[in-house]
Design a protein around this ligand. Structure first.
Ligand SMILES: Cc1ncc(COP(=O)(O)O)c(C=O)c1O
Length: 381
């Protein structure tokens, strides 16, 4: 190909992407920004021996194979993305999920495509429908799209109430379903999600966030992407794969849907993230081993809470759960901080409930001691 002849269109495309980025400069709200804003609000100089179970991170970190892959590629890090790493990862991920590679877009975490989906598909005329409580990032993005956010309570079993969600806005642009849900860790049955897909308002899309799907027994809805339905499914390597600080996430959808997200600008992927993610996928034991490790710790903690008369909300199947403390949640969070245990935040709809992330067994035993101490003391505001 004549490179000189190609140059104007390349420059034109870059200029378009840059102007799109400027026109929509919209800070992305993430789990990290929410969790660490809370730490600053606590006036935190976080002590080195603090228990940090506040951001749904995975204390196991990246697998050994992922770390080895990072170490191997690091000396080549003086160059930008070598492109074949992006292609190899995309192909591997697509093959594993029964998709063609152009149905997969890779980002530095799934927070980016989540935010861009809301920007691309909602507007003052086309609202966003979410559950309450659920992950806050989609609603935060409506600040930039001008959309109305319709908040629908969870069902009695703490699933997404898909019938009420579908009815919430006949002109909806996006219906967001987080399965398992952050913060409750509770799941929504696949048949409910398929019902929402079949009955959602015309012109809307379903945004199914499967950040925590590997930690549950729920079946993914990625097969609906292969069937060209109106949905985008998000995955992240921040949770079961322990790569929150390495940054890799994936959006899966029809190429015409994904193209709308890419208009918001995509930074080249760090090669370290691409090789670490591919190495993680290559280990068939990684997900089942980690899923069991996290589930064992979660179940032991929840059993202890129940045995001591504390109320866990619903049946969590994730690396987080909520406790209804029966008192002001902020007060509990602040008092736990005094014990060097940092838990997650509260959601305004349930001001007495606090979110706890599942840490290591040792961290959770420190949490148990601290929680009992705090709850045995009179409530503080
Ligand atoms: C429900 C949900 N979706 C998406 C994300 C984004 O994760 P990341 O940007 O690290 O991939 C998170 C992070 O905690 C989350 O809880």
């Amino acid at each position: 190909m004549d490179q000189a002849a190609d140059r104007p269109s390349l420059i034109g495309r870059r200029a378009f992407l840059w102007s799109a980025a400027l026109a929509t400069a919209a800070p992305i709200v993430t789990e990290a920004s929410l969790a660490y804003a809370r730490l600053s609000a606590l006036g935190a100089d976080v002590p080195p021996d603090a228990v940090l179970i506040n951001a749904n991170e995975n204390p196991l970190g990246p697998s050994k194979a992922a770390c080895d892959a990072i170490a191997q590629i690091a000396p080549m890090g003086g160059r930008y993305d070598r492109w074949d790493d992006l292609d190899k990862f995309t192909q591997t991920f697509a093959d594993m999920h029964g998709l063609k590679p152009d149905y997969v877009s890779v980002y530095a975490g799934s927070g980016e495509p989540l935010h861009y989906t809301v920007l691309a598909f909602t507007s003052p005329a086309h609202g966003l429908v979410v559950s309450d409580p659920s992950y806050e990032a989609p609603v935060a993005a409506t600040k930039y799209s001008g959309a109305t956010a319709h908040r629908v309570p969870l069902t009695a079993s703490y699933a997404h109430d898909v019938k009420a969600m579908v009815a919430a806005d006949p002109a909806a642009g996006v219906l967001y379903i987080c399965n398992p849900n952050n913060p409750t860790g509770t799941v929504t049955p696949r048949e409910d999600i398929l019902w929402a897909l079949a009955n959602k308002p015309p012109g809307s899309i379903l945004l199914v966030d499967e950040a925590y799907i590997h930690l549950s027994d729920e079946q993914s809805v990625v097969d609906m992407v292969a069937q060209d339905k109106d949905l985008i499914v998000l995955r992240t390597f921040s949770k079961v794969y322990g790569m929150a600080g390495i940054r890799c996430g994936v959006a899966m959808g029809r190429p015409d849907l994904l193209a709308k997200l890419q208009a918001y600008y995509q930074n080249p992927m760090p090669v370290t993230a691409l090789v670490a993610a591919r190495a993680s996928l290559a280990d068939p034991d990684l997900v089942p081993t980690r899923k069991k490790w996290i589930a064992d710790t979660r179940v032991a903690t929840i059993n202890w809470l129940a045995a001591n008369g504390y109320k866990v909300i619903g049946e969590p199947h994730s690396n987080c759960f909520m406790i209804d403390t029966g008192r002001d949640g902020h007060g509990v969070i602040t008092a736990l901080r005094g014990q060097k245990v940092y838990i997650g935040r509260i959601w305004p709809v349930w001001p007495k409930a606090v979110r706890v992330t599942v840490g290591t067994p040792d961290e959770m035993s420190k949490f148990r001691v601290a929680f009992k101490t705090v709850m045995d003391a009179p409530a503080t505001a």
